[in-house]
Every structure is written in structure tokens, then in C-alpha cells.
Design a protein around this ligand. Structure first.
Ligand code: 3HC
Length: 317
């Protein structure tokens, strides 16, 4: 009987719904795809702090400020879990961060839009974190063990993010006419960028087919986008707000909403760096990295000192 190849053994583990762990053999392309996806996911978490951080000092009440502070802090933690998961694949986070800072790695396009009013903070929690949850709940079952486990912890925190955002939108939508108009304006500006978070249509996606075969992805981009629309439209109805898509219509036969075509020219324009806030976001990200250099150096020096001390104690023992 012909010996099964390493790839066949690997695929058999995947098909048996077992997790791939850092020390397991894996095809180079599997490793490469995971480093790409996990690091860009981590970059998104960190850059995603910027649009919301912009409103921490301007939150309308102490309660809103505290919730927003907690959310932004959570996102930093999500970034750290994800860089740690990427490092299990044999790459170090400084390399990954340098790839972001010199424009070779991506982060989610949605974070290149401006946060113009307080309602944007509600729309981001409701729609952006809502879309992230749709994507991340599926990733709790991704085939790579460390990524799946990082997702379980992250999803628990994301549900608070989505709820605090929806509560902001509910307060505004049930408030004065000016407040409701502010909530509608935010929905108008964040609806389509949130749909773009799920990536290009399946037929345009460079990675989906292979990522589905390797169970890195459990649903395709279009399947997750559809689930998000079907979940979110009734929430907009409850708010008394109108989804900015004239083609949106319940399709009884499909048991889903039909919706309009995404502006893919806008999507790829933003992905390529020409969105409303790309330059501003990367300038802020580079500045934060430079200003944080002393913290990293101090932490590394302290770790080195502790290591040398432990070695001296060991030699004396
Ligand atoms: N923004 C920027 N780039 C995007 C994108 C988006 N919204 N959607 C797709 N792309 C890029 C892909 O990275 C890929 O480019 P690359 O080859 O240079 O990496 C290219 O477009 C083709 O897209 P594919 O769909 O073929 O790529 P993937 O198979 O990687 O699918 C994805 C894209 C669905 C985003 C997938 O990478 C994924 O699920 N990533 C993990 C989740 C994630 O990163 N979410 C981002 C938001 S995190 C967040 O919202 C935090 C929350 O707390 C707010």
C-alpha cells in the first residue's frame, strides 16, 4: 500500500476535525496563510483602537467614557493574544509590526473611515464589532489550535463591545430628533464599510477556497456577510433606523435578505491605502511605535536582568 504523503496525513487530521498544534508538521503554505491572516488580524485590533480612542476624552458621560476605555483596552489585549498566536508559527512580533509600519501588511479597511460624531462610536460597536463577532465566532473552530483558543477569549469580550455600541444607538434613536438623525447618519456611513470587513466576494477571493479546505475558514466571505446582514437588519428595524441600501429586501424563498452590490472600487481603493484616514492612521501607528520604544527596551532589559539573576542562582545551587 503506497505510504500516504505528509500532506495526506495533514489533511486527514484536518478532516477529522483535530487541531493542528505548533509542533505538528504543516505545509509551508498553511503556515504562511496563518501568519498572514493572524498578523493582519492583530494589526486590525491595534489600529482599530485609533478611531475610537479619538472619542475617549469627548464621551458624553462618565459611564460612556468608562465603557469606551474598557473596550479600547480590550482591543489592545486582543492584538497581543493574536501576535502571541502568530509567534507560535515561528515569526517574531517585531518583524510582523515592521511589515505593517512599512506598508507591506494590511489591517482591516473599516478602520480607515473617520469617527465624526459620538454616534459613530455606537455604530462601530454595533456594526464593526458585530461583524467581527460573526467572523470570530467561526474562527473559534479554525483548524490551528492557538488561533482557535485565542478567539474563544476574544469573542467573550467582543459581545460586550457589540452590546455597548448597540445601547448607544438605542439611546440616540429613542432620543431627540437631532439624536436620531445623528444615529441614522452614522448608520449611513458605517453600513457598507462593515460589509466590506468580510472581504471580497468568494469568486474574487484569492485565499478562501484553500482556507476552507484547510478549515482555517469555516464559512466563506459571502456566507458570513449574509449571516451578518440577516442578523443586523432586524436590529436596525428595532432602532427605527433605515439601512442605506435601496436593494435590501427580504427573500422569503431564500429565508435571507437580498442586498445591493458593494462598491468594490471603493473597497480596493481603501485597501490600497487611499481611504479617508489611511495616512492619518499609519502616521499615528508609527508615532506610537516610536514613542513606545523606550518601554520595549526597558521591558527587555528587565527580562534580561531577571534571566541573568536566575542563571547566577542556578550556578550557585
Ligand atoms: N480590509 C483589508 N484587507 C482585506 C479585507 C479588508 N476588509 N478583506 C480582505 N482583504 C485582503 C486580504 O488580506 C487579502 O490580501 P493579502 O493576500 O495581501 O492578505 C485580499 O484582500 C484577498 O482577500 P481574501 O478574502 O482572499 O483574504 P482572506 O482569506 O485572508 O479573507 C478576511 C479576509 C475575511 C478578513 C480574513 O483574513 C479573516 O477572517 N481575518 C481574521 C479576522 C480579521 O482580520 N478581522 C479584521 C477586523 S478585526 C476587528 O474588527 C477587531 C474588532 O475588535 C473591532
Amino acid at each position: 500500500m503506497q505510504a500516504r504523503s505528509l500532506e495526506q496525513d495533514f489533511q486527514a487530521i484536518i478532516d477529522a476535525e483535530q487541531k493542528i498544534e505548533p509542533k505538528d508538521w504543516m505545509p509551508d503554505q498553511y503556515r504562511k496563510t496563518l501568519i498572514r491572516q493572524i498578523s493582519q488580524h492583530a494589526h486590525s485590533e491595534i489600529v482599530g483602537m485609533l478611531p475610537e480612542g479619538n472619542w475617549i476624552t469627548r464621551a458624553p458621560s462618565l459611564r460612556r467614557k468608562v465603557a469606551l476605555l474598557a473596550k479600547v483596552q480590550d482591543e489592545a489585549g486582543h492584538g497581543l493574544y493574536l501576535y502571541a498566536a502568530a509567534e507560535t508559527l515561528g515569526v517574531d512580533r517585531e518583524t510582523l509590526i515592521q511589515e505593517l509600519l512599512n506598508g507591506r501588511a494590511k489591517y482591516s479597511s473599516v478602520f480607515n473611515y473617520p469617527t465624526l460624531t459620538w454616534a459613530d462610536i455606537g455604530a462601530i460597536g454595533w456594526l464593526v464589532d458585530g461583524a467581527a463577532i460573526m467572523n470570530q465566532v467561526a474562527l473559534c473552530r479554525t483548524s490551528y489550535g492557538p488561533y482557535a483558543r485565542a478567539m474563544v477569549r476574544i469573542c467573550k469580550e467582543e459581545s460586550f463591545h457589540q452590546r455597548q455600541g448597540y445601547e448607544i444607538m438605542l439611546t440616540l434613536a429613542k432620543g431627540s430628533p437631532e439624536q436620531k438623525a445623528m444615529a441614522q447618519d452614522a448608520l449611513n456611513r458605517w453600513w457598507w464599510p462593515a460589509l466590506m470587513m468580510f472581504g471580497p466576494n468568494d469568486k474574487e477571493s484569492a485565499h478562501t477556497e484553500q482556507s476552507m479546505r484547510w478549515r482555517i475558514k469555516r464559512f466563506t466571505n459571502d456566507e458570513l456577510r449574509q449571516k451578518f446582514v440577516d442578523m443586523t437588519v432586524p436590529q436596525a428595524d428595532f432602532l427605527g433606523l433605515t439601512v442605506p441600501d435601496p436593494a435590501l429586501k427580504w427573500n422569503e424563498a431564500r429565508g435571507s435578505y437580498d442586498f445591493g452590490e458593494i462598491n468594490w472600487e471603493e473597497f480596493w481603493n481603501v485597501v490600497k491605502g487611499n481611504g479617508p484616514c489611511n495616512l492619518q492612521r499609519m502616521k499615528a501607528r508609527r508615532k506610537a511605535h516610536e514613542e513606545g520604544a523606550w518601554v520595549r527596551e526597558a521591558a527587555m532589559a528587565y527580562a534580561e536582568k531577571r534571566k541573568q539573576r536566575a542563571e547566577r542562582i542556578e550556578q550557585r545551587a
